[in-house]
Ligand binder design. Structure first.
Ligand SMILES: *[C@@H]1O[C@H](CO)[C@@H](O)[C@H](O)[C@H]1NC(C)=O
Ligand SMILES: *[C@@H]1O[C@H](CO)[C@@H](O)[C@H](O)[C@H]1NC(C)=O
Ligand SMILES: *[C@@H]1O[C@H](CO)[C@@H](O)[C@H](O)[C@H]1NC(C)=O
Length: 462
């Protein structure tokens, strides 16, 4: 009797394993374009990466971030345009005496290690360099310091006895872009705010839509006048998605959407879960687990430090919120108190990737800049699906299985004839491990592991 029950249960479980889902990828039905995935090494983390790691461990850290064979193949970096009152942090550390006095810009050729980090990223083929200011220098702000909020002098409702500093702030940002351009590092996006809806004791400047809208055309014209009209303006890196949604509607009603290239948001007070109503591309530009100790776990109980948790956030952003990019907070950190706000940890010798890094890699290694997300039809139990067409014609399908059962899926294609398939899995026992993908009659069959991911890459000809 007992063995019969066991047999019946076994048969039922085998049945679940073998029930095959059918999915169709409509390769011609394109949705948002993908710019990529990335990290920052702001606030000196780039210099620590360079100085506290050397030789093989340093190379391994870079490979984990950027290598498309052994790492995540990230394609975006987000640098900080510093605003502190010292030349190591800001290209204009001292007040020139007023908004129209000649500024004495200095570039220390290091930028807290970000010059080194940018050059290394570019060696791996990274072309998307987002430079973002957290604040204007203190002397340009209502509170006189670069920390603790305060507004840019001259924005609506924020007059200062020293005058209107909006043009001077635009000049500083454009000069920063020129310093990088002059050294062969073309910044592609420039931002002038970071969490303008949050006041804190490090670099911090407040802004609502009205303040931003009064500055954006000035920055736009300044870029144009300096021959840098090829650099896009990104706004506003609000602390959470709904805050950025509201700010975006404010910018649109003020008529400044046309000066912008990107809408950018963080995820700390709300994840990207539905589209922001804009014709611009939207990016999630900073997300992290700020609460947990370091964890490299793929899946345990759904905690914020786990890889599966971030795989779900990235999936939701791409599938439901029309995101074109997803950027974690920091990449590699050395001896930084063992938090989970970075993807790769090192004690100076051993370099350890996290499950979160592999969550990014399951998209980033295969879905390359310029790809378009494409529509799918059909569904797979407990499993999220996103599909993409790369500029080289290859098609990528990414599965994220939150269920406790392996899922077998047969994927067919409209508008595409696959000739070669390769697949990789990540779960609690494997990171980016090669697995089988059986091609037959123009369809591919794969097995998506329980509480894991599978990415299949299909190419049309050998
Ligand atoms: C990526 O890693 C592979 C394997 O170790 C190596 O051969 C290749 O040179 C690396 N790519 C770059 C751009 O460093
Ligand atoms: C933009 O144009 C400037 C000036 O020609 C050039 O130095 C820079 O590399 C260009 N930047 C991009 C992102 O193409
Ligand atoms: C998605 O974003 C693109 C810009 O990348 C935009 O043109 C399109 O309208 C957006 N779609 C939705 C559903 O919001």
């Amino acid at each position: 009797m007992t063995s019969l029950i066991v047999l019946a249960a076994l048969a039922a479980s085998l049945g679940k394993v073998h029930a095959q889902a059918q999915l169709t990828v409509n390769v011609g039905s394109t949705q948002q374009q993908i710019d990529g995935f990335g990290v920052s090494q702001a606030f000196g983390r780039a210099a620590e990466f360079r100085d506290m790691l050397s030789g093989a461990p340093q190379r391994q850290g870079l490979d984990y971030l950027f290598n498309t064979t052994t790492g995540a193949g990230l394609t975006i970096i987000r640098n900080r345009i510093g605003s502190g009152p010292v030349a190591s942090d800001c290209i204009l550390p001292r007040n020139p005496g007023g908004p129209s006095a000649t500024p004495d810009y200095v570039f220390d050729e290091d930028d807290r290690g970000q010059v080194w980090f940018t050059q290394r990223a570019m060696e791996y083929g990274v072309k998307t360099i987002y430079a973002d200011a957290w604040s204007a220098p203190g002397f340009m702000k209502t509170n006189g310091v670069e920390v603790n909020g305060g507004y840019l002098c001259g924005t609506p409702g924020h007059g200062c006895s020293s005058g209107d500093w909006r043009q001077a702030y635009a000049n500083l940002l454009v000069q920063y872009v020129k310093f990088y351009a002059g050294r062969g590092m073309p910044i592609t996006q420039v931002g002038f705010l970071n969490e303008p809806d949050y006041v804190t004791s490090y670099s911090s400047m407040q802004s609502g839509a009205n303040e931003a809208a009064s500055f954006i055309p000035i920055l736009y014209d300044t870029l144009e006048r300096q021959g840098l009209g090829n650099v896009s303006i990104a706004c506003c890196d609000a602390i959470g998605w709904n805050s950025q949604r509201a700010m975006t509607q404010g910018l649109i009603s003020q008529g400044v959407e046309r000066y912008l290239g990107y809408i950018t948001s963080h995820m700390y007070t709300g994840d990207p879960n539905s589209p922001i109503n804009t014709r611009l591309k939207t990016w999630q530009t900073e997300g992290a687990d700020l609460n947990s100790r370091w964890c490299a776990t793929w899946y345990s109980n759904g905690g914020l430090c786990e890889g599966m948790t971030w795989a779900n956030k990235i999936h939701t952003g791409l599938a439901n919120a029309n995101l074109s990019a997803y950027i974690y907070w920091q990449g590699v950190e050395v001896n930084q108190f063992q938090a989970s706000s970075y993807l790769v940890a090192s004690d100076g010798r051993v370099v350890t990737p996290s499950g979160r890094l592999w969550a990014f890699a399951m998209w980033s290694r295969f879905v390359r800049p310029g790809a378009y997300r494409v529509a799918t039809s059909g569904s797979v139990s407990s499993t999220g699906v996103t599909a993409f067409r790369n500029t080289d014609g290859s098609v990528i399908v990414v599965f994220l299985n939150n269920g406790g059962w392996q899922q077998s899926v047969r994927v067919s294609f409209n508008g595409f004839a696959p000739a070669v398939a390769e697949a990789y899995v990540t779960d609690n026992s494997r990171s980016m491990a090669s697995t089988s993908a059986a091609l037959s009659g123009g369809a591919v069959t794969v097995s998506v592991p329980a509480r894991g991911m599978l990415t299949v890459k299909l190419t049309a000809s050998v």
